[in-house]
Every structure is written in C-alpha cells, then in structure tokens.
Design a protein around this ligand. Structure first.
Ligand SMILES: Cc1cc2nc3c(=O)[nH]c(=O)nc-3n(C[C@H](O)[C@H](O)[C@H](O)COP(=O)(O)OP(=O)(O)OC[C@H]3O[C@@H](n4cnc5c(N)ncnc54)[C@H](O)[C@@H]3O)c2cc1C
Length: 446
C-alpha cells in the first residue's frame, strides 16, 4: 500500500445519477499492466515480462484462457497456411508445452489445435508465473485514471474492495476493449449485425469414434455434422426450434467428452442487460438441443450434459479506432506493411446472427497486421491486443481467432517492453527493433 488515489464515480439508476467519491489505495506499480488474461492477454504479459518489464496481469475470472477456457471455444485456430507455420514464437511455445503434457493435439496441415481446457489453464498460468508476471485473478477492471493523455492507474474491484494499480504502459486485452473505452479511445461504429453469441456445452458418454468432429482438411472448410444440420433445417421448416449454427463438435482429449458449438443469438455482449438475457435464453436452448442430439445422432445416444461453458462466447463487440484500421481488402489480399507485427491465416469467417448460416472467404495468402492497428492517436501509453484491435468487420472476422490474437498479444507485449526500456510513447517505438525482436522470438513476419 503506497498512497491513495481518488476516483469520482457516477452511478446511474435509470435517469437518476449518484456521484460518489472513493478513496482507493494504490496497491502496486508496474512497468506494464495487461488487462484481460485471454489468449492475447496472457501471451502479451509473458512477452512483456521476457522483454525485461515488471508486469501485472489482471483477469476478472479465477483462471486464464478467456474464450478458450471460460467459453470452451475449441479448436484453437489456426497456426499454419499451406502447411507452413505462420503464427510462431511464444504462442507456439505454449502449444508445445500443452502437447508435452498431453493437453493438445495438432491437426495438420492447417494447424488447428484440439486441447484440454483444464490443461490449458495450467500451462498458461505456469508460463505467466515462470515469466515473473504478477497475476491478479478475480479482479475486475472498473476504471482508470489519466494525467493528460496518459493512463496512470487502472482501478480493479475484487474481494479486497477497490484497488488502484499504477503503470507506465497498459495493454488492453479484455476482448471488449474495456480499458480503451474507460480511457476514452474512440471506437469503430458498432456493426448493426454483430456476429452471434454462442453458449458452448460439453457432452459426456459420447461414442467419439463414430462422431464427425471438426475437421479442416482444407483451409477454412468446416466439417460440421451435415446429417444433423439437414435434420435441423428440415425441423426448422415446420416447427419453432432455436437458431443454430453448425453443429460443430470438438474433442477435449478426454474419453467420451465432446464440446458442442451450435447455439446462437444476436447479442451485444458488452451490454450487461443483453448479456444477462443471452445467458438465460441460450441455456434454455442448450437443453432443447441436447434432447435433439441424443434423439438424432447415433453417437450421442447415451450422452449427457456435463456442463455449459461458464460464460457465453462472444465473437464480436467493440473495436478501437486506431491509427490504422485494417480493411478486409488489405487483409484478404495479404497486403504487407512496413510495420507488420503479426499474421493471420484463418479465412474470413462471418457467422450470421439472424440466420443459421456462415460465410467464409479465403485469403490470397497468409495476411499481415500492422502495428498501427494496436495503438490509437493521442493515447501515448496504451496498446490493444486481441480481438478489440483496430479493424473493420471483415478483417477482424479472421484475425479474431485464437492463434492470430495470440500473435497480436505477443506483438503488444514486446512493443510495451521496448517502449518502457527506451522511454518512448507507443507511437514512437522503433519499428525495426520491434520487428527484429519479434523475429528473434520466432514470429514469422516474411
Ligand atoms: C462461439 C465462438 C466460436 C469460436 N470459434 C473459434 C474457433 O473455432 N477457433 C478459434 O481459434 N477461435 C474461435 N473463436 C474466437 C476466439 O475464441 C476469440 O476471438 C478469442 O478468444 C479472442 O481472444 P482475446 O484474448 O482477444 O479475448 P478473450 O478470449 O475474450 O479474453 C478476454 C479476457 O479478458 C477478461 N476480461 C474481460 N473484461 C475484463 C475486465 N473488465 N476486467 C478484467 N478482465 C476482463 C476476460 O475474462 C477474458 O479472460 C470463437 C468464438 C466464439 C464466441
């Protein structure tokens, strides 16, 4: 406990507002503070710590992994393009560590990773702690303090009450751009048809051998359960069944256990009321689908519901308006940039939230993401990793997948450590040094 910071908080009750002044203890100070411990965030924290910075990682849940572990999103897509590893460095080191304890399996040639969510949590926390990162679990980012353009503190709420953490540089990996929003970064216009939210569920007692799992033998061709999809479409013509996608099945490497991705609804999951409604509505849908699956899919004849994901999965919410906004055209054509810091190789993958359909568009080659998409004008000590980076609805529909956001996290972490070491604003980082460091880490930027 060092000193106190004062936050003025406005609480809204309908149209009424309460202005509250809170005295918040500053509990620690770091060179780099990463908010959000999902695929982009925990990789960003490791990268920044290995770069020589003192790093804090703040996560609202009791474990790391974000959508991968909290929403049971599987597989981890995709590391390869035409059988060539595109996303490399710390992200692939993580996969190798997972494989080494029997927690992951690579599907060749495109490098989709089937994984065990529990082993994922374990390896992620091991790597973060080994790197010397200070981990704040169960800590919800609720605000920030600025001095001019610079963020000086973030506020977190946890069982200790409200706490402030001071930092020199901040990385927003909350998925929903929470820190960016709290600090006033302008956002991209919200698309009217956001990609749907989905509550993934786990079935046990499955005859896994006879089940058509997610297979991507070609780049981006999803192998969902076509037979079940035909049954659902036929039902949909005659009766009222919940909206569905896929269905896609993915193993968790445990005997008889399968994750099912098929519920979907429109929701802005960055709005608390919509998120609450969605959790309840999709839970109802899960029970309807479990019944249909056990009736119609022979491999599910004896299956039972093990669990729904702790949290409904979010495909799309806020994205920042950065120095550059990556367009679908630039991305699909694999346009290279002098400040390219990461890649992507998943097709543009847009799920409809108003129908049961999905649109996939293939890339001309493994694509590039420029550094300018991770920073916003006039925010000298803020970087954004993960799916909230500055992109339009097309390019982000590819980069949002887990391997690519890990690549963005790696770049944001390396950049933050370099800025700290050289004492420059994020817009003045030495791009050559940044790219060389990333290449030394193993990133494939050519
Ligand atoms: C249904 C569905 C299917 C998908 N299918 C695939 C697929 O097949 N393959 C694939 O690779 N990807 C898939 N994705 C996409 C992928 O899972 C996400 O885009 C990816 O996880 C984004 O990573 P991220 O680190 O940016 O954010 P997230 O994974 O969302 O992580 C953000 C982290 O920040 C934490 N956080 C958020 N707000 C706060 C706060 N205020 N305070 C503290 N902590 C906070 C969260 O708890 C979380 O841990 C799918 C997504 C969904 C929803």
């Amino acid at each position: 406990m060092v000193k106190s910071s004062t936050e003025t908080e406005k609480v809204s009750l309908g149209s009424a507002r309460i202005t509250q002044v809170r005295d918040i203890p500053v509990v620690a100070e770091y060179d780099v503070v990463v908010c959000g411990g999902g695929p982009s965030g925990f990789i960003a924290a490791i990268a920044a710590a290995r770069g020589g910075a003192r790093v804090a990682l703040i996560e609202r849940l009791g474990f790391l992994g974000g959508m991968a572990t909290a929403s049971l999103v599987a597989p981890i897509s995709v590391f390869n393009y035409n059988d060539r590893r595109i996303i490399d460095g710390i992200p692939w080191e993580f996969i190798e560590r997972l494989i080494a304890i029997g927690g992951a399996r690579e599907e060749k040639p495109i490098g989709n990773i089937t994984f065990s969510p529990e082993k994922y949590k374990l390896i992620a926390q091991r790597m973060v702690l080994e790197a010397g990162v200070s981990l704040y679990l169960h800590s919800y980012l609720t605000g920030c303090k600025k001095d001019g353009d610079r963020i000086t503190h973030v506020f977190i709420d946890n069982k200790n009450g409200a706490e402030a953490i001071a930092g020199k540089y901040f990385i927003d990996c909350t998925g929903d751009a929470d820190l960016s929003k709290l600090s006033g970064v302008p956002m991209q216009p919200m698309r009217s048809e956001l990609q749907p939210a989905s509550l993934i569920f786990m079935l046990g007692g499955v005859d896994v051998e006879s089940l058509p799992m997610v297979r991507h033998s070609m780049q981006g061709v999803n192998y969902h359960d076509l037979d079940m999809r035909n049954i659902l479409e036929e039902m949909n013509r005659h009766q009222d069944i919940p909206r569905f996608g896929g269905p896609w099945y993915c193993g968790v490497l445990d005997h008889g256990m399968v994750l099912v991705n098929m519920t979907r609804t429109y929701a802005n999951m960055a709005d608390n009321r919509q998120a609450t409604h969605t959790e309840c509505a999709l839970r109802e849908d899960v029970f309807t689908f479990v019944e249909l699956l056990t009736q119609h899919v022979p491999a599910f004849k004896d299956a039972y519901l093990v669990m729904t994901a702790p949290q409904t999965g979010t495909r799309e919410t806020r994205r920042i308006k950065g120095v550059h906004t990556l367009t679908g055209e630039e991305y699909i054509n694999a346009q290279d940039f002098p400040d390219a810091i990461s890649r992507g190789c998943h097709p543009v993958d847009i799920h409809s939230s108003v129908s049961n359909n999905q649109r996939c568009e293939f890339l001309k080659d493994a694509a590039f993401v420029p550094y300018r998409c991770l920073i916003a004008p006039d925010f000298p000590n803020l970087l954004v990793g993960g799916r909230a980076f500055s992109a339009d609805g097309v390019s982000s529909a590819s980069v949002r997948v887990q391997a690519s956001v890990m690549g963005l996290g790696q770049a944001a972490g390396v950049a933050a450590a370099l800025c700290y070491k050289t004492g420059v604003d994020v817009s003045h980082v030495d791009i050559t040094e940044l790219r060389n460091t990333l290449i030394r880490y193993g990133a494939n930027l050519k």
